[in-house]
Design a protein around this ligand. Structure first.
Ligand SMILES: Nc1ncnc2c1ncn2[C@@H]1O[C@H](COP(=O)(O)OP(=O)(O)OP(=O)(O)O)[C@@H](O)[C@H]1O
Length: 595
């Protein structure tokens, strides 16, 4: 019950509906138990003595009870539906809000499918149980209690005799649930695997087809599919065994009642009406016990789902704004970025070397900082830390002289626009993709940003221009076109700091140069970080930082770096091998420096 205590905040505010749902069902059940009493009156007081005077009144009473019972059932359904759905909506919203504030480090290890099932299947289980399952479980208890009390009022000895069967019935139902529960769990795991297979197959369709791995994928899917089938067969076999056993036990109690009760009617110590009434009551008590297994299953499933949701909701939000955080005045921000002896190791990677060690940088407002380095050398880490995707382990990063940890998070991130290495486009129109994060942008602003990013011309060639809908991963667009849309999106924000993380790699040289020319115009007075593997992207930078294994190994301007032996010059020589003039002049310069 700890789980439901943990979830109390989500359903307790609708306690009126909870009460309505439980009381509605309990009242409907209690009214149902009046029927056998009416039967008894009908037989003992009217049919047997042949006195039909009260028949109309009895019939009207029965109709009244039917109407009242229907009303109570409506109250149960209405309140249960409201309670379950309102609880589920709150839970869904809160979980989604939590996903928005969880830090990047959480997503480093999170699995998409798992998170999706928490927000869908787990919440659905809770909706069912809190809305209806809980009331039904309580109701089974009420029914046994009220039913046997009424039976005892008619004949306590026969009641005791039939009562013996109830624990056996409950025992079998609970045992069945315990056996079947792991099968249900396996079915859920199997469904999860199938979903992941389908999801990955569709997402990775290009890789699958280009490595011709369709057969391998089919084999993987077939084994998952067969596993799913086998689990369902196990479930069906379990049910097939359960129903006859439970029916046998339930009917045994009725047989016992009819046998002993029949003898009592014959020897005159019990009326016929009482026996018929007892029989009807017993039938009503036994029916929900059949479904006790289901009800317990519903409870355990929603409890497990609740645990998984609470686990998500209790995840620590390690990156957040302090209460007294400084909110930047956007118009006053200059974009002066400083890294002061910054070291950083990724959370949960304590065994790995630091991704950044003693990193210093002073990027004056409006300057262009270039970053070069081998793969895994720490370039992206530098910019991730500026965004506060993670907090530095040592040292400090400052924006306009203020430690970024003292700034309100949203206010900090509003100053920075990033074009990531991997372009992510939403499955909506190009217009909305460019205007993402800038909802009040006019069409003119969007077109202007697209022109600066050299995207306007190709967008106009598309069938619906800016209103063309693109797929989740920008299906139908080339890598370079996707990058240009992502650049337009960042430029539209007119940020104080622009970060291009290897985001022109898919562009041809000519387009890249055209974008750089536009950037110079649009980024004048703003600070730009360019991470690139191409010297052509970096040569205009005010300062180029060369990283190796998290340390700065070279820094300076292009003209200085091509004169020093090191990674920058090696990269330059490789990329300009077909332009020996440039290389010669660099070597001459170096000879002069050395000489
Ligand atoms: N989310 C993460 N969790 C753990 N380690 C990470 C994470 N991201 C990067 N690393 C590690 O940190 C180091 C620096 O990575 P980073 O992404 O900054 O390199 P990079 O220079 O940008 O490389 P590339 O040019 O390949 O993008 C690498 O050793 C990498 O494995």
């Amino acid at each position: 019950m700890d789980v439901f205590r943990g979830l109390r905040a989500f359903f307790w505010q609708d306690k009126g509906f909870l009460l309505g749902s439980v009381l509605g069902l309990a009242a409907a059940t209690a009214l149902g138990l009046v029927y056998p009493m009416l039967l008894r009156i009908l037989i003992d007081d009217m049919i047997v003595p042949g006195e039909y005077g009260g028949l109309l009144g009895l019939a009207l009473l029965a109709v009244g009870i039917v109407v009242l019972k229907a009303g109570c059932q409506y109250v149960h359904g209405f309140c249960g539906g409201r309670l379950g759905n309102r609880t589920a909506t709150r839970l869904r919203m809160t979980s989604y809000e939590k996903l928005q504030v969880l830090p990047f480090s959480f997503y480093d290890t999170a699995r998409t499918g798992d998170l999706m099932s928490r927000l869908t299947a787990d919440i659905e289980g809770i909706r069912n149980f809190i809305g209806f399952g809980f009331a039904q479980l309580l109701n089974t208890g009420f029914l046994v209690l009220f039913g046997f009390t009424m039976m005892a009022m008619i004949d306590w000895q026969l009641m005791l005799m039939t009562l013996v069967v109830i624990p056996v019935l409950a025992f079998v139902a609970i045992r069945f649930e315990l056996n079947i529960h792991p099968v249900f769990r396996s079915i859920r795991v199997a469904v999860g695997r199938l979903t992941v297979s389908v999801q990955e197959n569709i997402s990775g369709v290009r890789t699958v087809k280009s490595f011709p791995s369709e057969q391998h994928e089919m084999k993987k899917f077939r084994s998952g599919n067969e596993n799913y089938r086998d689990n369902n067969l196990n479930l069906a076999a379990g049910w097939a065994k359960y129903f006859p056993i439970i029916e046998f036990i339930a009917n045994l109690s009725i047989v016992l009642l009819l046998l002993a009760g029949g003898l009592r009617v014959i020897n005159g110590s019990l009326t016929l009406g009482a026996l018929v009434s007892l029989n009807a009551m017993l039938g009503m008590i036994v029916a929900p016990l059949w479904t006790l297994g289901f009800q317990i299953n519903n409870y355990t499933q929603s409890k497990a789902g609740g645990e998984r949701l609470l686990e998500l909701l209790h995840q620590p939000v390690t990156i957040h704004s302090d209460q007294d955080a400084i909110v930047l005045d956007d118009s006053q921000v200059r974009g002066h970025v400083q890294y002061d002896r910054v070291s950083f190791r990724y959370p949960n990677h304590e065994h790995q070397p630091s991704a950044l060690i003693g990193f210093n940088l002073d990027a004056k407002p409006g300057s262009v900082i270039g970053m070069l380095g081998g793969t895994g050398s720490g370039k992206s880490t530098v910019v991730q830390l500026l965004l506060r995707a993670y907090d530095v382990s040592e040292g400090a990063i400052k924006l306009d002289g203020i430690d970024i940890r003292s700034l309100e998070l949203e206010s900090l991130r509003r100053q920075i626009a990033v074009v990531f290495q991997e372009t992510f486009l939403f499955s909506t129109t190009i217009h909305e993709n460019i205007a993402y994060g800038c909802a009040d942008a006019s069409m003119g602003d969007v077109v202007e940003a697209a022109k600066l990013a050299q995207a306007h011309d190709f967008i106009m060639e598309l069938p619906d221009g800016y209103e063309t809908i693109i797929g989740e991963r920008g299906m139908g667009l080339s890598g370079g076109q996707k990058q240009r849309i992502a650049i337009a999106r960042a430029l539209l924000l007119k940020p104080k700091v622009l970060i291009l993380d290897d985001s022109t790699s898919a562009l041809d040289m000519e387009t890249e140069h055209a974008i750089q020319r536009s950037l110079r115009q649009v980024m004048a007075g703003r600070t730009t970080f360019i991470i690139a593997h191409r010297i052509s992207s970096l040569r205009q930078a005010d300062e180029i930082v060369v990283l190796e294994k998290g340390r700065v190994v070279q820094r300076g301007k292009h003209d200085q770096l091509i004169r020093q032996p090191g990674l920058y010059r090696e990269t330059y020589q490789t990329q300009y091998a077909d332009r020996p003039d440039d290389l010669d002049s660099a070597s001459d310069c170096e000879r002069q420096v050395i000489g």
